[in-house]
Write a protein that binds this ligand. Structure first.
Ligand code: NDP
Length: 480
């Protein structure tokens, strides 16, 4: 069985523990590869390699770093079919989704930051007749990147590419649940002849490999995407060490639908924003608020179209939803459906596990689920479920829906459907979230600031924001 070994100092290395964790194929529930069960020793080794590589990597010209990152982007593009297959197998998502979204975005991430570093500039501040200040921006040194399982290579590369572009060297840990494309990225870096130690990828659990990475005194910054509870823990560990922190955390995003919207377009996109990637996208709109005059119409159409969605074999091009990422996560989602029932919710469609025939019968499949009749304050409407489960709630006024939208501890993204321009802008200003989509969802421009407020995170990724995060500003004041 394939063993995923760590990529440290330019080569693949067995973990110090000598032990491996099972990597499960969510579509069948069977173990299909083994992952290095890394510990503090492996993290130490990776950080040492990154420290050794830092002076020469940060000393390269921008054009030289650009060339390395572009080469990696091109190699990902040239292997996109195999990478999409690997991503779908590791995560359970439909193959077509990995082909259309995950892998093209990983290509774009490396290409975008390879290029944006060439355009990155710092400021100067004049004191007329007296002095000029200019800001130097230097890479931080060794940085840690920790990513989740829902969009594995997409989010892994979203962190690694800007960190490297800015001149840092990196120790990265993908989720133990979806390590495969990170391993294939290691092979790509070897093929691209990325200098040893510039990027190090350490596999293993959050507790045994992630935690020592956060605690390591020579790791200057942590860029983390994952759950809010893990983010809180990381902040507690890193803050006393004065590390720079970027935390991209959970969400409970509102999807607000007004009567005057473009109905057909809204319905089509709402099906996606509810259930794409089995609802396992931090930006999915899990709380749908509908203006009362169109509530019944929306309910009828949305339930009908959801009930006709196909759930099953991720390799089937007609399938809408593949497998949930793990048995543990499926159990968590099912427990929230049970909670919704206890809280008085009515399951309008879904709510049940699916057992396909043949080899797939041990996989983790769940029908997309719509729930109505819940108060917006209840736990089902306040806590992140992170699965194909949405609630629908009618509203009467703009003020009422704004209060409901802002009622959770989260503030990642929001979607507003309306053709009233003034209302759209007004709500966008008042909604407590880092990202607002008006009449669209997941329309991404990589130059824009990406991140959440409240318990959805601290800091912003994307564009120049992330290059600022991965560099330290220093003001130099020159008196005339
Ligand atoms: P987790 O928080 O469980 O894990 C995220 C990563 O952190 C994994 O690599 C995990 O390792 C690692 N980790 C776990 N514990 C520690 C620790 N103590 N120290 C260091 N690292 C640790 O999140 P999930 O993987 O379950 O991802 C789902 C969550 O991610 C959802 O809440 C979702 O909303 C959020 N998310 C947020 C996004 C955003 O941009 N805001 C985007 C995508 C997802 P391992 O898996 O090996 O245990």
């Amino acid at each position: 069985m394939l063993k995923l070994n760590n990529y440290i100092d330019g080569t693949l290395k067995t973990p110090h523990s000598g032990t491996y964790l099972d990597n499960i194929h969510p579509a069948t529930g069977k173990v299909y590869s083994l992952i290095a069960d890394s510990t503090e020793e492996d993290i130490h080794q990776a950080v040492r390699a990154a420290q050794t590589a830092f002076p020469s990597w940060s000393g390269l010209s921008l054009k030289e770093r650009h060339n390395y990152l572009l080469r990696i982007s091109q190699l990902i593009a040239s292997k996109s079919k195999a990478l999409a297959k690997a991503e779908s197998k590791d995560n359970g998502k439909p193959l077509w989704l990995a082909e259309q979204v995950d892998i093209p975005r990983a290509v774009d991430n490396f290409e975008f930051f390879a290029t944006s570093i060439l355009h990155f500039s710092s400021e100067s501040h004049q004191m007329p007749g007296r002095a000029i200040n200019y800001t130097l921006r230097k890479p931080l040194g060794v940085v840690g990147c920790i990513s989740p399982w829902n969009l594995p290579l997409y989010l892994f590369s979203w962190k690694i590419a800007p960190a490297l572009a800015a001149g840092n060297t990196v120790v990265a840990k993908p989720s133990e649940i979806t390590p495969m494309t990170a391993y294939l990225l290691a092979e790509i870096c070897i093929e691209a002849e990325l200098p040893p130690g510039v990027l190090n990828i350490v596999f293993g659990s959050g507790l045994k490999a992630g935690d020592p990475l956060v605690r390591h005194p020579d790791v200057k910054a942590i860029s983390f995407t994952g759950g809010t509870a893990t983010g809180r823990h990381i902040a507690q560990v890193a803050a006393p060490m004065f590390k720079k922190l970027s935390l991209e955390l959970g969400g409970k995003n509102p999807n607000i639908i007004f009567e005057d919207c473009d109905y057909d377009r809204m319905l089509k996109v709402t099906l996606r924003s509810s259930f794409a990637n089995q609802g396992q996208i931090c930006l999915c709109g899990s709380r749908i608020f509908i203006e009362r005059p169109i509530y019944e119409r929306f309910k009828r159409d949305f339930v009908e179209q959801t009930a006709s969605m196909m759930v099953g074999d991720p390799n089937d091009p007609n399938v809408h939803l593949g497998a949930i990422v793990s048995e543990q996560h499926l159990e968590k989602i099912l427990s929230y459906i049970e909670l919704a029932r206890e809280e008085g919710g009515r399951i309008l469609t879904g709510g049940k596990r699916v057992y396909p025939a043949g080899e797939l019968k041990g996989g983790y499949y769940l029908r997309p689920t719509i729930i109505e009749g819940l108060d917006y304050h209840c736990r089902t409407n306040q806590e992140e479920i992170f699965g194909p489960v949405v609630t629908i709630t009618p509203f009467d006024t703009e003020a009422e829906v704004l209060a409901m939208a802002n009622s959770t501890p989260y503030g990642l993204s929001a979607t507003i459907w309306t053709n009233d321009l003034a209302r759209a802008h007004r709500l966008a200003e008042d909604i407590e979230s880092g990202i607002v989509w008006i009449n669209s969802w997941l329309l991404r421009d990589l130059r824009t600031p990406f991140g959440g407020t409240k318990q959805s995170g601290v800091g912003r990724e994307g564009g120049m924001e992330v290059l600022r995060f991965f560099t330290e500003p220093k003001n130099v004041c020159v008196a005339y």
